[in-house]
Design a protein. Structure first.
Length: 97
């Protein structure tokens, strides 16, 4: 019974970590100033988390490690786009307002 409880707690913690990572990646991707890049990043994050949703064990841990690396990459790319990216809004952004 103790093992079952410990495993359930571990699964809950892992699920909370994955959900937090997903939210952090979505938040980072939303910071892109370029509409096309922003939508691409949001779509890729969504697709990758859906694709890896059924993984368990070592495969899930490896996917989380890759996602953390990707989150760091998104953060760096956002910084580069904020410094050097085009500040003019796309036509789609103008229509949405």
């Amino acid at each position: 019974e103790v093992r079952t409880h410990a495993r359930a707690v571990w699964v809950e913690m892992a699920a909370a970590e994955v959900l937090g990572l997903y939210r952090a990646m979505q938040k980072s991707a939303k910071r892109f100033t370029n509409y096309n890049v922003r939508e691409y990043a949001l779509r890729k994050v969504r697709e990758e988390f859906r694709r890896n949703g059924g993984l368990v064990g070592v495969d899930a841990q490896a996917a989380v490690a890759v996602a953390k690396t990707e989150r760091d990459l998104i953060d760096r790319q956002v910084a580069v786009y904020q410094m050097f990216g085009d500040k003019t809004p796309s036509v789609i952004e103008l229509v949405k307002k």
